[in-house]
Every structure is written in structure tokens, then in C-alpha cells.
Ligand binder design. Sequence first.
Ligand code: AP5
Length: 222
Amino acid sequence: MTKLETSIRKIVVFGPQGSGKGTQAEFLSKELNIPWISTGNIYRQNIKAQTELGKLANQYIIEGKLVPDQVTNRLVAERLKEKDAQAGFILEGYPRNRGQAETLDQMTQISAVLEIAISDEEAIRRISGRRVCTCGMTFHIDFNPPKQEGICDQCGKKLFQREDDQEETIRQRLAIYHQNTEPLLKEYLKRGILIRVNGEQGISEVKKEIFQKMDENNFSKK
Ligand code: AP5
């Protein structure tokens, strides 16, 4: 295998809340046949299962704060060691600050960083219409509705609104993104691995732009 073939498969997805990170990460994961690893989803699964990790994470998540780095770093390190992640992964929601970015660099070499850009106003508009499922699927009541109202297309369970999707909490999460996460992109730009896409288009247009830019950068889909 060439260096590109082995490295392409380690993709990180960045973007403000509601930019469509989860929506696009899921498409990429299916197209490239590599796992979608979302720290937010892992925390939510643990909250649902009422594990110790879930109880701890929930205290931070409902207030729109970051879960402490040592907890998240350990979680990601363990997940990246799993068998299915050895051929690559779509990592979404991590890293979110300098400490996490440095820790990720020690774990592995990232090959591409995707930034989905949207304004804060658009983020708030989208998040207020978001509906999610415990299986990880995400919908929007207007922009990406499920086939049957309130029911997940994938597993048939009832959709719900996330507890942290309240306007005040969203503003707090956006502030953390601008202060701690966004500055990390400069480093990835310097490394020549940053791919920026306009997130303020329809879901399929964003998807198209992602694959076009990956191709332009010699990142093959296969
Ligand atoms: P996480 O779940 O990662 O939440 P987030 O970063 O706040 O991002 P969102 O899930 O809100 O947005 P998204 O960009 O994925 O948008 P989506 O695709 O759903 O994290 C939750 C919490 O966990 C954090 O606040 C933190 O406490 C903790 N945590 C997670 N990672 C951590 C870390 N590394 N360190 C510490 N703590 C961590 O789309 C949004 C809506 O818009 C949907 O309804 C969708 O259908 C719709 N939509 C998507 N694209 C479009 C489009 N192009 N046009 C119209 N609608 C669209």
C-alpha cells in the first residue's frame, strides 16, 4: 500500500455545533467503510446506559462544558486501539483544545482534517430543529426529516431532542468552539492537511463539496 492509501483513512472532522459534523461523518464512514468515532455519541451512549463514565460526562454536557481532557483522551486512546479502527477512522468531536490535539498527535498521524464552516446564527437555527436517536442517527425536522415523523429510519426507535440543545447551552458550546477548538485549525493548515468546506449549503451539496475537495487533494474515496 502507498503512504497515501494508508494515511488517507485517518480523518478528523471539525466544525461548530450544528455544522453537520455528525451528518457528514456518517456519510464518509459509509463511503470509505471505516468507523465513525464520535466522542459526543460515545458519551451519550454511556449516559443512556447509566455507566460511571456516563454519569461523570453528563454533569459537563448538560451545562455545555467540555468533559475533562484526561477522561476524553483515555476514551479516544482506547477506541483507536480497537480492531475496526486499524484501517482508519472518521474521528468527529475530538480534538477540541490544544491538550487534546497534542495527545492525538502522540496516538497517531492524522492524514486529513475536514472543517465544515457555518455561522453561529445558522448553528442555532439548525440545532433547534435537530432530532436524534440512541443509535446515533441525526435528523432535522425541516432539512433532513425522517421518513416517518418522530421515528428513526435506521432502527425504528422514537427520536428525541438532546438535553444540551437549549439555546443558552448552545451559545456556551459555540463560545468554547471559537476560543479553544477553532485556533487548532491553523496548525493543520500549516501541515497542508486542512480541507475547508462551506457548511451553509444543503446536506447533499456539502457532501458533494467534501468528496470533490478530497479528490482535488488526491484523497481517493476508495
Ligand atoms: P457533540 O455531540 O460532539 O456535539 P457538538 O460538537 O456540540 O456538535 P453537534 O452534535 O451539536 O453538531 P454537529 O456538527 O454534529 O451537527 P449535526 O450533524 O448533528 O458533543 C456533545 C458534548 O459532549 C460536548 O458539548 C462536550 O460536553 C462533550 N464532548 C464531546 N467531545 C468532547 C471532547 N473532545 N472533549 C470534551 N468533551 C467532549 O447537524 C445538526 C442539525 O442540522 C441536524 O438536525 C442535521 O440534520 C442538520 N443539518 C446538518 N447539515 C445540514 C445542512 N447542510 N443543512 C441543513 N441542516 C443540516
